[in-house]
Write a protein that binds this ligand. Structure first.
Ligand code: NAP
Length: 310
């Protein structure tokens, strides 16, 4: 086991992590970025990204992340493909441990992201990009004049369903209970929208379809009487919440009730000096690549100022 010391270690390799890496590397701080279990993050699971500024014809999610990695490397960022197993924020310098190595560092930028929650149906993961999505903003435009569904009863599900009515012919909103959890204002909008049909007391029990033709229909199970029904749809959007990847920090940083890392207002500072959090691990409102990248930039600038103050 070797121990290396760094000024900045970035944990995570989505838009927030790579942006923090680009800024820190350009500031000559020789950052180390540890990629985590899914190099490139959530965008590697999407197809075309059409709303990231600068790409007039769109760019594939995995290609965008590869470009970000290349840009970080261009300025000398050291990138390791490893999973962080433990972090010790109780003593300075802070310690980060992977399976192979232990690092010490003056600052840490946490950009570990969040994972959308899935239903855990057998072919769900294999149909991602072929009818199964977790992001209406990313994929809605592929379903023009089609019949699709959103699963969930919270603000995200309502927001996704409303957004999708811009493209789709019809949107079923499937919820496991007979009442939405979403705020009253979102509920009112959903109820008033003629393109949205509520499907109450229903759980999706089967996705029918396969690659590359994609999703054909779903089987629903009524949660009250267990009766089965079918819906012919070409797309289904899971909006049943996200799980922030904050487990490594739960005993050392303040998390909100949903597990998101709490940072100071208008800042990426956590309660521990020199430890910053950016991207989806601290954002349950916007969750966009561009907002994650923006907060990665903030974290890098704040880390640089912290190092200067030492
Ligand atoms: P959420 O409020 O936790 O809602 C998740 C929904 O998914 C719930 O209706 C839940 O059903 C359902 N669900 C969870 N697991 C499920 C499963 N296995 N099968 C079927 N349904 C399942 O999550 P969210 O909507 O992503 O919102 C997260 C937070 O962000 C909330 O605080 C929300 O207010 C906020 N947010 C705000 C806005 C906005 O203000 N514009 C937009 C998006 C999010 P049950 O209701 O039965 O538990």
């Amino acid at each position: 086991m070797s121990t290396q010391h760094h000024h900045i270690i970035i944990i995570g390799s989505g838009p927030a992590g790579y942006t923090a890496a680009i800024y820190s590397a350009r500031a000559n701080l020789a950052p180390l970025l540890i990629q985590g279990s899914m190099p490139g993050g959530q965008l590697t699971t999407t197809t075309e990204v059409e709303n990231y500024p600068g790409f007039v014809d769109g760019i594939l999610g995995p290609d965008l992340m590869q470009e970000m990695e290349n840009q970080a490397k261009r300025f000398g960022c050291n990138i390791k493909t490893a999973l962080v197993e433990a972090v010790d924020l109780t003593v300075k310098p802070y310690k980060i441990k992977t399976a192979e190595e232990t690092f010490t560092t003056d600052t840490i930028i946490i950009a570990t992201g969040a994972n959308p929650r899935y239903l855990d149906l057998p072919n769900e993961k294999s149909l991602i990009g072929f009818g199964v999505s977790t992001c209406a903003t990313c994929d809605g435009a592929f379903y023009r004049e089609q019949t699709i569904a959103v699963v969930g009863g919270g603000d995200s599900a309502c927001e996704e369903a409303l957004f999708l009515t811009r493209f789709a012919k019809k949107v079923y909103l499937i919820h496991r209970r007979d009442q939405l959890r979403a705020s009253k204002i979102m509920q009112d909008r959903v109820f008033k929208n003629p393109k949205i049909e509520l499907v109450w007391n229903s759980a999706v029990s089967e996705l029918v379809g396969e690659k590359p033709a994609g999703l054909k229909k779903i089987i629903l199970t009524n949660t009250l009487d267990q009766s089965k029904s079918e819906l012919e749809i070409s797309g289904i959007f899971m909006a049943i919440g996200h799980v922030p990847n904050s487990q490594l920090f739960e005993t050392q940083l303040d998390l909100d009730t949903d597990g998101y890392i709490i940072t100071s207002p208008d800042s990426t500072k956590t309660k521990i000096p020199g430890v910053f959090a950016c991207g989806d691990v601290r954002d349950k409102v916007y969750r966009q690549a561009i907002t994650a990248a923006g907060s990665g930039c903030m974290a890098s600038i704040e880390a640089e100022r912290y190092l200067e103050s030492l």
